[in-house]
Design a protein around this ligand. Sequence first.
Ligand code: UN1
Length: 487
Amino acid sequence: MKAHKNYIDGKWVSSSSGQAFESLNPATESVIGKFQKSNKEDVKKAVAAADKAFHNWRDTPAPARAKYLWKIKDLLIENKEKLARLEVQEMGKVITEARGDVQEAIDIFEYMAGEGRRLFGHTTKSELRDKFAMSVRNPVGVVGLITPWNFPIAIPAWKLAPALICGNTIVFKPSSDTPLCAVELIKIIEKAGVPRGVVNLVTGSGNDVGAEIVENPKIYGVSFTGSKETGENILKSAGVKKVGLELGGKNVIIVMDDANLELAVSGVVWGAFGTTGQRCTATSRVVVHKKVKKKFESMLLNRVKKLKLGPGETSDIGPLINKSAVEKSARYSEIGKAEGAKLLCGGKPVKINGRGYFFQPTIFTDCKPDMKICREEIFGPILAIIETKNFDEAVKIANGVEYGLSSSIYTENMNFAFRAINELETGLTYINSSTIGSEVHLPFGGVKGTGNGAREAGILGIEEFSEIKTVYFDYSGKLQKAQIDNE
Ligand code: UN1
């Protein structure tokens, strides 16, 4: 099997390491491709190419840059089914969700192409006569994008599209669990005619490729989605680079006693077990009012029993991404039991036809908010149910974790709904809908331990990839001193 190559300066090239790594199909454990195990030298070459391409790309008018994004969007539409099927094979998600993942990429390229005719700055009045004041938006420079495997097309697209429209050039390191999806995405960018050096792909480990991206002095911005631990390490070594972090979650659904329980159960099943629980936004806690807890649990169990586990082409729940993810879910299932939580269903790894990284949908109840399974991100199909006596206590439990990405409340009481919007400490709050399902024209991101304030997508998605230049234009023909020559 020949190894797929890196894409540097418009050419597909091998790593100077001469080494390769494999990507596996998590449902069958078979190898689906080999990839360059790149080193720091490869990153330096990619940075040099991006640096060389920068001035021309930055000076290309933004509406002209937008035409490339539009073309990428068209090619993604043309290749949607092919890419979705590839995602099923390489990442394991079920086919309907894989189509959604590619659709999210289509949407963000379409949206950010429109930014080519906005990229707004501000104008305002000067405090002095005959002086003009404004701010304009410039690119950051060469930026590094480090992406996870759970949305192998959509998350790279969330970063590539705004980075490109703002005029940055790019060194992109995808997750080593989904490099083939990244290679196919780059082929589309190549086919769209994006000039050489503007986007460069380097596959390999975080320790070699990721670390050099974060430390390289010619890279001025780093955008990372992944674990809190890695995010914190990036911040430590990135120095004064502009860093955007999108980290973990411990997302909650509150179910009040007046909730439409049918709807709430649907939202919990989708949030907890969609993508096999492998979304930053996945529902991992339910805080349910004691009056409806029993009924909610039996309705939930009925629904979960019907879910079909198996390869993503034919199932409701696909595999976890790899062996260590299975070990992690198994470990947390044991921790839950040891902490005294009651196991309602699941808790075990499963093989299908003797293969695959499957794990049963798992529900614990009678959990206490301070248990590990209620505080730590598991990134698997494990849900913890906590009972509450009222709204105030529910909010306190919801907020009692280090993360703050997504939250949701099911209630028919609009006072509770508005109080939830105001009081839940998360970047996203859903009313009568699950914790997952953000749309690309609204900002996405979290508070507290989930990130460092960056927002992706939406109108704020360009902030991470642009710098503001403030301009004063004095046409008085004399020296005017701000703060001193005021009238
Ligand atoms: C993620 O898991 O990092 O809202 C992103 C959602 C998706 C994006 C998830 N649109 O669940």
